[in-house]
Design a protein around this ligand. Sequence first.
Ligand code: AKG
Ligand code: FE2
Length: 203
Amino acid sequence: MGRDDFTGRATKRTGALAARSAACRDLIVNELALTTANRFLQPYTRKIILHLTQVIQINPGGAAQAIHRDRLAWGKYLPKDIEPQLNTIWALTDFSAENGATQCVPGSHKWSWARQPKPEEIVQAEMPKGSVFFYTGSVLHSGGANTSENMRMGINLTYCLGWLRQEENQYLSCPPSIAKDFDPSASGFARLYPGRVCLGLLQ
Ligand SMILES: O=C(O)CCC(=O)C(=O)O
Ligand SMILES: [Fe+2]
C-alpha cells in the first residue's frame, strides 16, 4: 500500500512484474507497445529499455494522485526538448471516471513546468478492460479518485531511453534465469533496428 499521498494510501502497487508474471512478460514485449515506444523515443536514443513495471490497484475511497510528469523522476536536469519516456497503462478492470481512470492534460507536454491545469483541462482515460492508454513522460497526468464501490486495476509498463537510469532496477528485480528467455526477436524493435536489443534486461 502507498505510504504517502503520492503513491496513494488506498492504492496497492506491485512491481518486479518481469520476474513475477509470464503474462506481464508478454505484455512488456507487446508489438504495438514496443513499436510505439521505439518510434517515439528513437530521435533521442539508439536503444530503449524497460523503466518501470507496476500493477496499480486503486481501492474504493482512494483519493486522486497529484497531477505530475513522470519525467520528474530525473529531476529537471534533462533538456525539455528531449522526451525521455513513454508509458502504457493496460486496463485490467474497466477504467471509468468514477473508479479512478487515469487523468491526463492533453497538450501539457508543451507547457512550462510551472503551469497548472484548470479543472476543465483534465480529461480521464475511460476505457474498457483490455484496453491500453499511452502517455508520454512529459504530459501531466495522475491516477484518479475512486468514488466507486469496486477497485480499479491497471498494469503500468513504461519504457525509457537506453542511457538513462531506470526507476525500477531491472537488473536486480529480474533474475538471469528469467531474463535469458526474453526474446528480442519478438519485438517490433528488433525488426526496426536489427541486432539492437530492446530491453535493459537483455544487455
Ligand atoms: O494509476 C494511474 O492511473 C497512474 C499512476 C501514475 O501516474 C503514477 O503512479 O505515476
Ligand atoms: Fe505518473
